[in-house]
Design a binder for this molecule. Structure first.
Ligand SMILES: Nc1ncnc2c1ncn2[C@@H]1O[C@H](COP(=O)(O)OP(=O)(O)OP(=O)(O)O)[C@@H](O)[C@H]1O
Length: 628
């Protein structure tokens, strides 16, 4: 018995690689998500391009281009036809494919993937599509037998749980010598028809962990992964067998716990969700960096399972769901930057093929059996044929705006990174940030000149209005204005260099990744920072005072401070001694990206909190708690 994994390009004598296709879908505007009545911050320009208000300068917009942009009126059928249907035929050739929905909580991931009875989403349509393709192949009488099966799991609080056979058991993830990801013990159910699939899938979906948060009545608290496996076996010798796997992934949403109102268990779930999504973004970063360095797939169960779908051997489609309301601004912005990064990943598809003797073609119901004793290729003597491939010549996502995407993304990444970087290493990064900002300013001023002379690639709102391709704004919403909330003071009219006439600037300090207030338009910055420790004043290590206090009192106080750091609102954080508005926001930002603080000493990861300041902070807060 011999088996081999054949690189598709080798099999065909051609070199071929597949890029991760990135689609962005904008959900319809919802009044209930816009309690301040601020309107939309993002809108469609054409079938590939969208624009969002620039957080650096709210009088301008940034434009992003993706493989497809689905505006709010796009139907479920249209999303399926343009983004998912084209990848399904690969399954029948022994290749893997994956579709995953990414985006903030409440932006429409579950709607896109699962949908409803009236508006079925990608999952039911894709499975039906696979059955149709298999039927068509069988009619061609080309001498292959096909079988289809499914597994369905969720990753909840970093545990892998079987949705087809629910139990509290956390299933292990294994990788065999051929780099196939396996989950021993996971149920694998053979499927005879689409209605048979339905009868397994619907009850299993009800097993998924969901709960109500402030932003979504039925928020998914886990990442759900449906695996559809197509095995095709040649009837006559040499009985070649090819296996194609389709992963359909509904990721849990990234969450801003200031807005979800999460506490207790919801907060813990949220920490796990954000951490795994953060790892996903690190994986994307490191794949984009290239150079064969370590890709941190193993840092979370999600990335471990998606290993084959990202930078591996899969044809992948990422549907990034975004929400139009201004209240989602930073989540939307982060999701768009993540999506723009993902567009640069190149996958190298290969055919999974084995040559089998007929007697071993036994259907098994468990992945464990499949890994251990069935006719699957991975446990046979597999011969890895060296994959060859050529980088996709398509350039990464392009912005048509006065913004260079590479500069902006690098800038964002650096600012994000800065948070977790020891103080001594920050200096170089600050230098790079300054250089990038300089470059960015150059781009912006060039783009403004182009715009004034009428040659710019940027489009203004009147262009959009007349082009007739902006249904979002023709139907429900005013142009991309941020409506002024009742409480807001009117501001001076800004010089208009782009379509926006924004009456209230979006304060940058809401962005969790932003480190430097100087880059943003923060009018009240001085006042806001008043309660913070002045540079140098607190730079004296406070030592010795703890020895005068009872250890249990100290531990209790430290625990209380940690609780506020991990679950406190902006106001709660500002209630701590020596924490002003800026630091409170940096703490929230850190929490959002890193999960929670395990100890008070983690605070030194926040910019501006040195070991000395930390010691002073701890002293001030403990003494204040004790009423000293
Ligand atoms: N394209 C759309 N058309 C109509 N309604 C939509 C659309 N997208 C989302 N919705 C509605 O918006 C709400 C939130 O969507 P959904 O639950 O899919 O978000 P989600 O991103 O999966 O959130 P979470 O991560 O919290 O699970 C739901 O009521 C859903 O029906």
């Amino acid at each position: 018995m011999a088996a081999q994994r054949v690189a598709e390009d080798v099999a065909r004598g051609t070199k071929q690689t597949a890029r991760v296709r990135v689609a962005v879908r904008l959900r319809p505007y919802m009044h209930m998500q816009d309690q301040k009545g601020e309107g939309a911050c993002v809108r469609r320009l054409d079938t590939k391009t969208l624009e969002i208000i620039n957080w650096r300068n709210a009088t301008e917009t940034l434009q992003y281009q993706f493989d497809v942009f689905h505006g709010e009126e796009t139907t479920q059928q249209e999303v399926f036809l343009s983004s998912v249907k084209p990848i399904l035929p690969h399954l029948l050739k022994g290749q893997n494919a994956s579709v995953f929905a990414y985006g903030p909580t409440g932006a429409g991931k579950t709607h896109t993937m699962l949908g409803s009875q009236e508006q079925p989403g990608v999952i039911p349509r894709a499975v039906r599509g696979v059955f149709n393709l298999v039927k068509a192949k069988e009619r061609e009488l080309e001498g292959w037998d096909y079988s289809i099966g499914m597994s369905y799991l969720e990753i909840y609080n970093e545990k892998v749980l079987d949705l087809l056979s629910p139990s509290a058991q956390d299933l292990p993830i294994r990788e065999n010598k051929d780099r196939n990801i396996l989950i021993p013990g996971l149920t694998h159910t053979p499927l005879s028809s689409f209605s048979n699939f339905h009868s397994h899938f619907i009850p299993a979906s009800l097993n998924r962990t969901t709960a109500s948060t402030k932003l979504n009545q039925r928020s998914s608290r886990s990442h759900a992964i449906l695996l559809i496996k197509v095995v095709r076996t040649q009837r006559n010798p040499p009985h070649r067998q090819q296996i194609g796997k389709l992963y359909l992934v509904d990721l849990a949403g990234s969450e801003d716990n200031r807005r979800t109102g999460n506490k207790g268990i919801r907060l813990k779930e949220s920490g796990a969700i954000n951490l795994s999504l953060f790892t996903l973004s690190k994986v994307v970063d490191s794949l984009n960096a290239g150079g064969g360095g370590r890709v941190p797939y193993r840092d979370s169960k999600l990335t471990r399972l998606l290993q084959d779908s990202l930078g591996g051997s899969s044809h992948s489609v990422m549907i990034t769901n975004i929400a139009p309301e201004y209240t989602y601004y930073f989540e939307t912005f982060t999701a768009l930057n993540f999506a723009a990064k993902s567009k640069q990943i190149v996958n190298k598809p290969f055919i999974r093929e084995t040559v089998t003797v007929p007697s071993v073609q036994v259907k098994r119901s468990r992945e464990e059996q499949e890994a251990g004793r069935s006719g699957e290729p991975q446990k046979k003597k597999l011969k890895d044929v060296k994959k060859t491939g050529q980088e996709d010549p398509t350039p990464p996502a392009q912005l048509h705006s006065p913004t260079d995407p590479s500069v902006l993304n690098r800038l964002m990444a650096l600012e994000k990174l800065l948070m977790g970087t020891p103080a001594k290493e920050r200096l170089n990064m600050h230098r790079e940030i300054q250089e990038l900002k300089e470059k960015q300013r150059e781009f912006e001023s060039k783009a403004k000149v182009l715009k004034v002379t009428g040659n710019g690639a940027t489009r203004n709102s009147s262009d959009n209005g007349s082009s007739g391709d902006s249904p979002l704004f023709r139907t429900y919403l005013p142009p991309l204005h941020r409506k002024q909330s009742a409480a807001a003071k009117p501001k001076k009219q800004q010089a208009v260099v782009s379509p926006l006439q924004v009456s209230q600037l979006q304060p940058l300090q809401q962005c969790p990744v932003v480190k430097r207030p100087t880059v943003c338009l923060m009018k009240k910055q001085k006042n806001l920072e008043q309660s913070e420790v002045q540079e140098g004043k607190e730079n004296v290590m406070d030592t010795g005072w703890e020895s005068h206090l009872d250890k249990s009192v100290l531990d209790q106080s430290r625990h209380k401070i940690l609780q506020v750091l991990n679950s406190g609102s902006l106001k709660d954080l500002k209630g701590l001694q020596q924490i002003g508005d800026k630091k409170a926001k940096l703490i929230l930002g850190w929490r959002e990206i890193q999960g929670s603080f395990t100890q008070l000493e983690d605070l030194t990861n926040i910019e501006g909190i040195t070991a000395k300041r930390l010691s002073s902070f701890i002293k001030a807060n403990i003494l204040s708690m004790m009423g000293t």
